[in-house]
Design a protein around this ligand. Structure first.
Ligand code: FES
Length: 103
């Protein structure tokens, strides 16, 4: 099972095993990372599941879809919706930072 490293807004490192085929959002929630609120349940409409990828990790994930991109148009580079990222085996060791809440 790929291990994803979540960095919380407090700077804590949480290592989570996320099954292939599960979204990063679901993996975070099921591991108790409650900063990922995911209020829309994963349909790319709330923006409360944002994570940040540094440059080294951006190439490990497929580019955002048009729908995801429209939710991120006001965010800096590297922001993604964790509900739209489906974990695959190549993501083992991926490091993502939880984005600060916007409100
Ligand atoms: S859970 Fe709402 S946009 Fe991802």
């Amino acid at each position: 099972m790929p291990e994803i490293v979540f960095i919380t807004t407090a700077g804590d490192e949480v290592r989570v095993g996320v099954p292939v085929g599960m979204s990063l959002m679901r993996g975070a929630i099921e591991s108790g990372i409650d900063e990922i609120r995911a209020e829309c349940g994963g349909v790319a409409s709330c923006g409360t599941c944002k994570i940040i990828l540094d440059e080294a990790n951006q190439g490990k994930i497929a580019p955002a879809s048009a729908i995801e991109g429209s939710m991120l148009e006001d965010d800096p580079s590297g922001y993604r919706l964790s509900c739209q990222i489906v974990v695959d085996a190549a993501m083992d060791g991926l490091v993502v930072r939880v984005a600060p809440a916007e409100y």
